[in-house]
Design a protein around this ligand. Structure first.
Ligand code: UT7
Length: 329
């Protein structure tokens, strides 16, 4: 094994300006601020009224390039995690590279729903650890409002739009991505999905009429799997790296539901002050939640801090990543 680890050397987020509050939603569907707050922890979410996922990604990555003092032509690989690409093809990673002049990079989109970012950084890290590349960008972006049915109260209150991006670079001090555990179980596919628009159910009058291009979720079922799997995988990565709850400085959990976050923190033995939470402001931005948490909490992170990133999402997909933070802000 090489001594090179992949460290996060910068993080940047982007959130569209328009805010959709619980109160706004209560005027559209039969819901209330009280129900949404107590069941999910969400107060408001952002909506991208004009523009696509690549526009949110471009905003985040442009800021990231500036912040890390990176020439766009030096970027070698872009991994873009999303379930709301600009088009089925070409990939949104391609579009993004063109928009920002990352002429020497190749890239691809990665579909792992809410686990997209942890799948993405684990994949990107391999190219750094082998010594092949020096600059890899991983983006988590979703314009969930483009696939949400604002007549379905069980899903429209949960999701929002946003993007976050990190730069991965080599590190020789043993900091960066130390370990990851990633899992998937396709038998869960019917519990959370966008049924139409792919090759199984191509777009037709029928699919539009049946509202099959919108997200469908069996919330209760997904909740059960999410609570168990996110908590267990977070505990598993701690055990396998001999980390006690005192050793962990931060849990960075996918922001799907405050109750799932609490259950995961409890299983890990962590107090609330060690848990990154921004679900109240942005809702569930799917692949965007984890980099947006890192961005919001960046100023509080110190070199050498131990972070556990943990996620669960459609597929099912889930996993945890153990990171030693690389820099003081
Ligand atoms: O990020 C990817 C992974 N996704 C997740 O992790 C999400 C997991 N699931 C959840 O977070 C929760 O299941 C939800 C937030 C989606 C729903 O919360 P819940 O506590 O599981 O509610 P429920 O689905 O059991 O519904 C309870 C009641 C139902 O009414 P009845 O049948 O008891 O009369 C629903 O019809 O709440 C009703 N309900 C609502 N009421 C007001 C469902 N949605 C709403 C709503 N406003 N927006």
């Amino acid at each position: 094994m090489s001594n090179i680890t992949a460290g996060i050397t910068g993080v940047q987020g982007f959130l569209p300006e328009d805010i959709l509050t619980n109160h706004d939603l209560s005027k559209i569907v039969d819901t209330s601020d009280e129900w949404i707050t107590t069941r999910t922890g969400i107060k408001e979410r952002r909506i991208m009224k004009n523009g696509a996922s690549s526009d949110m990604a471009a905003n985040a990555v442009e800021g990231l390039l500036k912040k890390t003092n990176t020439n766009p032509e030096d970027v070698e690989l872009v991994i873009l995690a999303t379930v709301t690409p600009d088009y089925p093809f070409p990939s949104t990673a391609n579009v993004l590279c063109d928009k920002l002049g990352m002429k020497n990079a190749w890239g691809f989109d990665l579909i792992a729903a809410c686990s997209g970012f942890i799948y993405g950084i684990s994949t990107g890290a391999q190219f750094i650890e082998t010594g092949k590349y020096k600059k890899v960008i991983v983006v988590g972006v979703d314009k969930m409002s483009s696939i949400i049915d604002y007549e379905d109260r069980t899903t429209c209150v949960i999701f929002g739009d946003g993007a976050g991006a990190v730069m991965l670079e080599p590190n020789n001090e043993g900091l960066g991505i130390i370990d990851f555990i990633l899992r998937s179980d396709g038998s869960g596919r019917n519990h959370l999905l966008q049924p139409a628009g792919g090759s199984k159910n191509p777009a037709s009058y029928d699919t539009v009429e049946k509202r099959m291009h919108f997200v469908k979720q069996e919330g209760k079922q997904v909740f059960k799997f999410a609570v168990t799997n996110m908590a267990e995988i977070s505990a598993e990565i701690m055990e396998r790296n001999n980390l006690s709850s005192d050793d962990v400085d931060w849990l960075v959990p996918h922001q799907a539901n405050l109750r799932i976050i609490d259950a995961t923190a409890n299983r890990m033995g962590l107090s609330k002050d060690k848990v990154m939470i921004n679900i109240q402001n942005y809702g569930n931005t799917t692949a965007g939640t984890l980099p947006l948490c890192l961005w919001d909490y960046e100023k509080q992170l110190k070199k050498g801090d131990t972070l556990i990133l943990s996620a669960f999402g459609g597929g099912f997909t889930w996993g945890a990543v153990y990171i030693k933070w690389l820099y003081n802000t």
